[in-house]
Design a protein around this ligand. Structure first.
Ligand code: AGP
Length: 617
């Protein structure tokens, strides 16, 4: 949550204003309550900030216009935690003398105590933010230390909590200091220019060379150099690994689409084809850990949790062992006192930074060091990967839309690949059977491509049809319950509609009482082992006047005959393809959510109150 971006350069022809403006725009999906930029010129700070979305503020303040001679800028886009989204609470936050500017992503837990201490020493606070502590602490330390780096280090040593910070001082116009603990921070290295940002796509247009900062590291950024130190030991870190990112900038641009969400839905076939190439060695190692484990848990948040529900269904088919799925925020509460030896935890996260996931993973390792952490994430070098024993990287490319789409299908596919690897290793199926499952899985990107080509008008028609219905159900059985829940989450997120994904079997234990003449129910009905029973559920709802919309395969007859409208997924009606229906059926619901958002004049890329990566508890 919150995005930070910084640039320090000595390139003659570089337009620092455009550069920092573009950079912070690319991070807007991390929070969009308010925004600010600080430039340094003539040993003075020049701050522009306000509440609102970046474009609105830019119209008023011309964020990209910078003072002559400025070679350094820091920017911030905020998701408010401490203090409402007002101009005064926007970042950067400054010290008493307007010399030090700080942008921050995270939460300082002991800020009340520190604030009181600083006030007693005469510091005057203007905002309600926790962040404002930092410039005042540095200011205070500079009275005794004289050296900016040392002043920052002793300030950070006093702070508890999570933070990624970028700091500048008016007297040092060629130096940014960055610090990281728990919140993500990456550095981009270009010719005569150094960047810092919360995420790689922010500087991808300018460089693919980057460093990933670890916890408790501090870096001093200048146009042609970066020095790294450990905050606690204060020792210099040598040989930090410079990485080359293989994403291209197109991946972080809209490329003609109206929204990132739509673009990313259309990128699903490509994301799946790439993810299909996860090295067999890594899949084998991951699968062996599951085969050898006694207790297996899978944990995640939000969309990643629903991907886990869908994926674990496929894995258990071949593993022959139960996998307990627990939402990560509940993990510690439920496993305290009973996380036994020979346990494996599968942690799933697009960003690899979700604090509600990182925290229980850290706890689990501490509680029982024999526990193995196996993770699935889209981000190389993310915090989750650093706490994991084994990692599978989905190859979805950067996902900018706040609503996860292409990463969802990539996560389920990764678990499906693990499932088939397990089938191979356990030798419970014939090679011929396994081959048929592989072929079905390989056809998934084509099925989605085909669906997306032909069904947009139908989805728009359904959206119009449902326009007046503020709430309805997605119902399903078995693995498709995950699809129903994820479809419901997408509509809640981007279209502000309370749509509930629920078990079709369980709906008669309560929710069915909502059904009246014309009440819409969307059934997710792949031809798997639950199909016949689902037919019965459809009839129960139809008998009560429900309007039945169903997602079925092309050759479907029974549920089609009971439905008012069908969305037909172009996949063969066999058990091999049906096993992967949680991947092939979800794009229809993602598109439905997207067009429902447009129908209600909502921006699907910037859902109210949400941020892409949740790094606060
Ligand atoms: C997805 O549409 C949501 N924005 C949200 O539920 C998200 O999936 C969740 O916060 C988990 O994020 P992660 O995958 O980065 O851990």
């Amino acid at each position: 949550m919150c995005g930070i971006f910084g640039i320090v350069t000595n390139e003659e022809n570089l337009n620092i204003g455009n550069n920092v403006f573009e950079g912070i725009k690319r991070l807007e999906y991390r929070g969009y309550d308010s925004c600010g930029i600080v430039y340094i010129a003539n040993k003075k700070l020049f701050v522009k900030k306000d509440s609102g979305k970046i474009d609105e503020i830019h119209k008023k303040l011309k964020l990209n216009e910078f003072p002559n001679g400025s070679k350094l800028a820091l920017a911030h886009t905020r998701w408010a935690t401490h203090g409402p989204p007002t101009k005064i609470n926007s970042h950067p936050q400054l010290d008493c003398n307007n010399k030090i500017a700080v942008v921050h992503n995270g939460i300082l837990e002991n800020f009340f105590e520190l604030k009181e201490e600083l006030i007693s020493k005469g510091h005057v606070f203007k905002s309600e933010t926790d962040t404002e502590i930092i410039p005042h602490l540095i200011e205070e330390n500079l009275n005794t230390h004289g050296n900016l780096k040392e002043a920052v280090v002793s300030a950070i040593k006093k702070c508890k909590g999570a933070f990624a910070l970028a700091i500048c001082h008016a007297d040092y116009p060629d130096t940014i200091i960055v610090v990281r603990r728990e919140s993500p921070l990456v550095l981009g290295i270009a010719k005569n220019t150094t960047y810092c940002a919360s995420d790689i796509p922010a500087f991808l247009k300018y460089t693919r060379k980057c460093y990933i900062l670890d916890d408790d590291e501090l870096a001093i950024l200048r146009p042609n150099s970066v020095e790294f130190f450990n905050i606690m030991s204060e020792k210099r870190i040598e040989n930090k690994k410079l990485m080359t990112i293989d994403w291209n900038i197109g991946a972080a641009e809209k490329e003609g689409y109206d929204h990132f969400m739509l673009k990313e839905i259309y990128e699903e076939p490509m994301a799946l084809r790439r993810t299909m190439k996860i090295p067999t060695e890594s899949l084998k190692e991951f699968s062996e850990s599951l085969i050898n484990a006694e207790h297996i848990y899978i944990t995640a948040a939000g969309t990643s949790f629903y991907a886990s529900l869908a994926g674990k269904f496929i894995v258990t088919k071949f593993l022959g062992k139960y996998i307990e799925a627990i939402e990560c925020s509940e993990f510690k509460t439920q496993l305290d006192n009973c996380l036994e030896d020979n346990s494996v935890i599968i942690a799933v996260s697009q960003s690899g930074e979700t604090i509600d996931l990182i925290e229980p993973i850290r706890w689990a390792k501490k509680y029982n060091p024999s526990v193995k952490i196996l993770s699935i994430t889209n981000i190389v070098g993310s915090t989750l990967t650093r706490h994991s024993d084994q990692v599978l990287i989905t190859q979805a490319g950067p996902e900018i839309g706040v609503a996860a789409t292409k990463t969802y299908v990539s996560q389920v596919l990764t678990l499906a690949l693990v499932a088939l690897e397990i089938a191979k290793l356990r030798k419970k199926l014939s090679n011929e059977e396994i081959q048929k499952y592989y072929e079905a899985l390989q056809s998934v990107p084509d099925i989605i491509e085909n669906f997306l080509e032909k069904n947009v008008d139908l989805i728009k028609y359904i959206v119009k049809n449902l326009e007046k219905n503020l709430n309805f159900f997605f119902l399903a059985r078995g693995a498709s319950i995950a699809t129903a829940k994820e479809g419901g989450l997408k509509l809640k997120e981007v279209a502000c509609r309370f749509i509930e994904g629920y078990s079709a079997a369980h709906a008669k234990h309560g929710p069915i009482s909502l059904v009246r003449e014309g009440y819409p129910i969307i059934f997710i009905a792949p031809p798997d082992e639950t199909y016949e029973r689902l037919v019965g559920n459809v009839m129960e709802f139809k008998a009560r006047g429900g309007k039945i919309i169903s997602l079925v395969v092309e050759s479907d007859v029974k549920i089609t005959n009971l439905s008012d409208i069908t969305i037909r997924i172009p996949q063969p009606e066999d058990k091999y393809h049906s096993l992967f229906s949680s991947i092939t059926f979800i794009p229809a619901l993602q598109l439905l959510a997207y067009y429902a958002a447009l129908e209600h004049n909502l921006d699907p890329d910037k859902p109210l109150n949400l941020a892409k990566t949740v790094t606060v508890h």
